[in-house]
Ligand binder design. Structure first.
Ligand code: NAI
Length: 397
């Protein structure tokens, strides 16, 4: 098992990753350019571990062991003896490249350098290294200690040995690995786009309000949060930026087109829970104020039931299409695509398994009906679904 781990950036993600590595027994060095960020990270870990003690999950000895495994350092050179370094600093290619090329001068020849980037290509980050074959993407989800999934992304330069070591390490860290191709959004941030995008579109067409759409996806789909609740939770600025980045990176494929509704909310500073206002209103504790923005009546008419089904079917078919197309384009295996969505964003079912359950013919028909109605490229059905429907196969047997 890899023992010495360096982490660059002690913000939200770096701190969470440090906790994960320290918990499984790695010796972790956490580096940040800002002393306040290191202090904040240390204090946050103390608070988290105390909460775990209160809940009876760990005892005082375990807390001390975890804390003892992390040291906070203020020069990059201190990470020189790391076998694996994971970078989690600002999402800026220039800065990441500079940090990577400096770091490499301190490391041993077989040390691995990983980036936790959500939106930059691993190939572009790796290109800053003398030995680009040692670079890989290791993408955690927030909060890292709680979310089971980690996407591992080999760049075209990455060696097979580095891929195997990284995959093994993440499994040693008791996480579920999904290996993804180095393409925009990897698996989760690509496949999840219609959850937000199609819901926004349904709202923009005036078919339903936020609360009705959220309710349909929670009640009929079993999603823990509705899309608007989730966008408010993530932050409309953050979620909008991911969509825009994916849209641009896919050469403006209509399937990923961002929404003006979300853009305006973001511009207005209605970012969601963190600002007290988004699609819904929130109190000072970040709790949703019930009935905010609800216009639908409490009693469900047959028309309401029909509308809910229509909303759910439309969003689900679009999500399935995205998952099927990711498989079609060899972004990841069917198992990894389904694991990614259940373990990375808590979907109630894997989308490909869901497609099998609904029937491939249902998926194709729902998408084709949308395409017939709108004649927009965003509703084009993946060739894989069409072929499977013709041949009569399923994703899993
Ligand atoms: P953050 O803003 O919470 O933390 C970034 C930290 O990096 C700050 O403490 C900052 O002082 C430090 N930093 C900046 N430049 C530095 C440098 N040159 N050397 C050392 N430290 C430096 O950011 P967050 O949210 O933790 O994101 C970090 C990375 O993780 C980004 O690449 C982001 O795309 C990715 N990511 C973020 C997720 C999220 O939900 N926040 C989820 C998955 C990936």
């Amino acid at each position: 098992m890899i023992k010495k781990v360096g982490i660059i950036g002690s913000g939200t993600m770096g701190s969470g990753i440090a906790q994960v590595a320290a918990t499984v027994g790695c010796i972790v060095k956490l580096y940040d350019t800002k002393q306040v960020a290191l202090d904040k990270s240390k204090a946050a870990l103390e608070k988290i571990l105390n909460r775990l003690i209160q809940k009876g999950r760990i005892d005082e000895t375990e807390k001390e062991r975890i804390q003892g495994n992390i040291s906070y350092v203020d020069t990059l050179k201190d990470l020189g003896d790391s076998d694996l370094t994971i970078e989690a600093i600002v999402e800026n290619l220039d800065i990441k490249q500079k940090v990577f090329s400096e770091l490499e001068t301190y490391l041993s020849d077989d040390a691995i350098i990983a980036s936790n980037t959500s939106s930059l290509s691993i190939a572009s980050i790796a290109s800053s290294l003398q030995k680009p074959e040692r670079c890989i993407g290791i993408h955690f989800f927030n909060p890292a200690p709680l979310m089971k999934l980690v996407e591992v992304i080999p760049a075209i330069q990455t060696s097979q040995e580095v891929l195997e070591k990284a995959t093994q390490t993440i499994a040693d860290w008791k996480k579920v690995v999904a290996v993804a191709k180095d393409t925009p959004g990897f698996i989760v941030n690509r496949v999840a786009r219609p959850f937000y995008g199609e819901s926004l579109r349904i709202y923009e067409e005036g078919l339903a309000d936020f609360a009705t759409i959220d309710k349909a996806l929670k009640m009929l789909g079993g999603f823990r949060m509705g899309p608007f609740e989730l966008m408010d939770f993530i932050g409309n600025d953050v979620n909008y930026t991911v969509t825009e980045t994916v849209f641009t990176a896919f050469y403006f494929d209509a399937r990923y087109k961002p929404s003006f509704t979300q853009k305006r909310l973001s511009e207005a500073g209605y970012l969601g829970r963190k600002t007290g206002k988004g699609y819904y209103d929130y109190d000072e504790n970040g709790k949703k104020i019930e009935n905010s923005n609800v216009t639908s009546s409490a009693v469900e008419t047959p028309q309401d039931v029909e509308l809910s089904r229509q909303i759910f079917n439309r969003v689900l078919a679009m999500l399935i299409n995205e998952a099927a197309d990711a498989l079609f384009l060899n972004i990841a295996s069917a198992e990894d695509i389904d694991n990614a969505m259940t373990k990375g964003v808590n979907y109630p079912k894997g989308l490909l398994a869901w497609a099998d359950e609904k029937g491939i013919d249902w998926c194709v028909k729902t998408l084709d009906d949308l395409y017939d109605e709108y004649h927009e490229d965003r509703y084009r059905c993946s060739p894989l679904l069409r072929k499977m429907n013709r041949v009569g196969t399923k994703f899993f047997n």
